[in-house]
Design a protein around this ligand. Structure first.
Ligand code: F6R
Length: 612
């Protein structure tokens, strides 16, 4: 939420800031702004709406010989998305500017105090308080003033600060909002996320909470915010490249990422399972065999799409490992009465590794003695630095706001984990483990083969459905969470009201919604609950619901129920969630695209929800 980028070096800064913001726009896109230092002054440009509007405003300044600046793309928390509320914000003199991601919780009292002292505020944002507070503390030493100001602030922040009197210095700090520093030749960078840095450097330093950085041309210092102590931090080299965060000829990032799923799943499983023996190797879980044998319960914690992956994993782990699994939405987990201790393994699932509620959840569980394992896509993210063990999904950068490849690679990681726990606790027969392990690996090729055909069929199919007002998704067992995921995908990118239900729940209320205008997508693979789901489908048909069925190739009964059937190859039933997700994603994508929606940047949303 909100993207920050900053640069101090020798190159022209405006193109670097714009490119960085373009790569961070998925974090928020209701306004954007930048500031650069030029001829003794800070020049600021801001625009409401997408980054393209800012680009128009700064077009004439691209070639300006300035090499220090900061930029921001906003997802509004305090104050409407207007130009006045767009970052950067300045102090009274206009000589000090701040960009910020996070929420200053005590901004109201600070604003009252600063107003009484004569500070004049120009926006409704919490961020502007920071600019005036730093101004108030400033007595010739910017670093000291930032530290003093931050000591008075409650809440979360990642900030970048420039002062006209120190033209070659950029001060950055973080607390509970992500911030990464890039180290280049004669240049230093800051960014909210790695993709902004990839065209320039892959050498990065992850700042931790209550740390700040003082960046100059090719030199930097990292300090504790609290007492100014200098810190030595390791430089990590990122193995993503700049091209991975480009559309590569696809119309949208979401479509590209849907098509990247075979590779993403392969990256997740590669080197972690020996196909000939079915032996799973996951030393990164950070638990030895004794510790794994002692686990009495597992708590899975996540938000949104990642929570749906957790719901699928509950079916797998309980079936194959026999450990009771609780699944929580992180925003509930973090505040409810938690019965968690050292006998419980808490597993967070997160694409970004920065989701505020999930982070707070694992911190609470950790404080109660639980071991923390995280399943995460972003190397070096906050969650991975705080967990005791990490299973990286290695899906590559996910830029589309609607999560796709992150989800299926989370499923692959969770299935691997299930096999691993079953192996260590000896709850899963070795031959079955081998069969499932090989089947998991072959999912990559299978999905790759099915994708083009499915896309073609779905493009035709959606002509009947793209203007629907509502949509229901139903499934049973391990596919029930896929119904939830399908509904979430559709509503977030097409704005069609959609709900997912366990097929058996329909009779307990939702069936009242069904009439000749209600499309219902049902997941009906040939599994052990097939007959039950078919009965539910018949009930929908009897009430004239418009049926779209996704089922197993060769199941002709489905074609007798509706003409709109998508067939998928038969796989081991436990692996159906990986396969059945694909048409649900494509259906949502094609409907949203047909409706002319902004697929990669749906309204009101942002990727990486770093505020609660
Ligand atoms: C939906 C979506 C979100 C995220 C959720 C958690 O398409 O992307 O629901 O899944 O915000 O994000 P992470 O996985 O980064 O913790």
């Amino acid at each position: 939420m909100c993207g920050i980028v900053g640069y101090v070096g020798t190159r022209r800064v405006v193109p670097i800031l714009l490119e960085g913001l373009r790569r961070l726009e998925y974090r928020g896109y209701d306004s954007a702004g930048l500031v650069y230092y030029f001829e003794g002054k800070l020049e600021r440009y801001r625009a409401k709406g997408k980054l393209a509007n800012l680009e128009t405003v700064v077009d004439d300044y691209i070639g300006t010989a300035s090499s220090t600046g900061i930029g921001h793309t906003r997802w509004a928390t305090h104050g409407a998305p207007t130009e006045l509320n767009a970052h950067p914000h300045t102090d009274c003199s206009g000589e000090l500017v701040v960009v910020h991601n996070g929420i200053i919780e005590n901004y109201h009292s600070l604003r009252t105090e600063l107003t009484a002292k004569g500070h004049i505020f120009a926006s409704e944002t919490d961020t502007e308080v920071l600019a005036h507070l730093i101004e108030d503390c400033l007595d010739g030493d910017l670093v000291a003033a930032v530290r003093e100001a931050l000591a008075r602030v409650d809440g979360s922040y990642a900030i970048g600060v420039l002062w006209a009197k120190e033209p070659e210095m950029l001060v950055a700090a973080r607390n509970h909002s992500p911030l990464v520093m890039g180290v280049g030749e004669n240049a230093c960078y800051i960014a909210s996320d790695i993709p902004a840095l990839l065209p320039y450097t892959r050498d990065v330093i992850f700042l931790d909470d209550m740390e700040m950085a003082v960046l100059k041309k090719g030199e930097y210092e990292i300090l504790q915010v609290e007492d100014g102590t200098a810190l030595e931090k390791p430089i990590s080299t990122i193995d993503w490249n700049a091209g991975m965060a480009e559309k590569a000829g696809f119309k949208h990032f979401m479509l590209k990422e849907i098509f990247e799923q075979p590779q993403a799943i392969l990256n997740t499983v590669s080197g972690r399972i020996v196909p000939e023996t079915g032996i799973v190797e996951l030393p990164e879980v950070g638990l030895d065999d004794q510790a794994i044998k002692k686990i009495e319960r597992i708590a899975l914690v996540a938000c949104g799409t990642s929570w749906h992956a957790a719901l699928v994993a509950k079916y797998w782990i309980e079936k194959w490992v026999g450990i009771p699994v609780e699944v929580d939405i992180a925003s509930e987990f973090r505040y409810r009465h938690l019965l968690v201790d050292d006998r419980v393994l808490t597993i967070s699932i997160s694409q970004s590794g920065e989701t505020a509620d999930t982070l707070a959840g694992i911190r609470r569980a950790g404080a109660k003695g639980s071991r923390i394992l995280t399943i995460c896509n972003v190397v070096g993210s906050t969650m991975t630095r705080e967990a005791d063990g990490i299973i990286y999904t290695h899906a590559g950068p996910e830029i589309g706001v609607a999560s796709t490849k992150a989800f299926t690679s989370q499923l692959a990681a969770l299935f691997l984990l299930t096999l691993y726990l079953g192996q260590v606790r000896e709850t899963m027969d070795a031959a079955i483990r081998k069969e499932y392990g090989s089947a998991l690996i072959s999912m990559c090729g299978l999905i790759e083969e099915e994708l083009p055909r499915l896309q073609g069929e779905i493009r035709t199919l959606i002509e009947k459905y793209y203007d629907a007002r509502d949509f229901l998704f139903v499934g049973r067992g391990v596919n029930f969470p896929i119904a939830l995921e399908g509904a979430l995908k559709l509503k977030e990118i097409s704005y069609i009201h959609a709900e997912g239900y366990a097929a058996g729940e329909l009779k307990h209320g939702p069936i009242a919604l069904i009439d000749k205008d209600m499309p219902v997508l049902a997941l009906v693979p040939k599994d052990d609950v097939y007959q039950k789901t078919v009965s539910n489908v018949e009930e929908i048909k009897a009430r004239q619901g418009r049926l779209v069925l996704i089922g197993t190739a060769g199941d002709e009964h489905l074609s007798s129920l509706t003409e709109d059937v998508l067939y998928l190859p038969e796989v081991l039933p436990d692996l159906n969630p990986l396969l059945y997700t694909i048409p649900a994603q494509l259906l949502s994508y094609e409907i949203a695209n047909r409706r002319g929606c902004d697929v990669d940047q749906p309204r009101n949303l942002a990727k990486s929800v770093t505020v609660e």
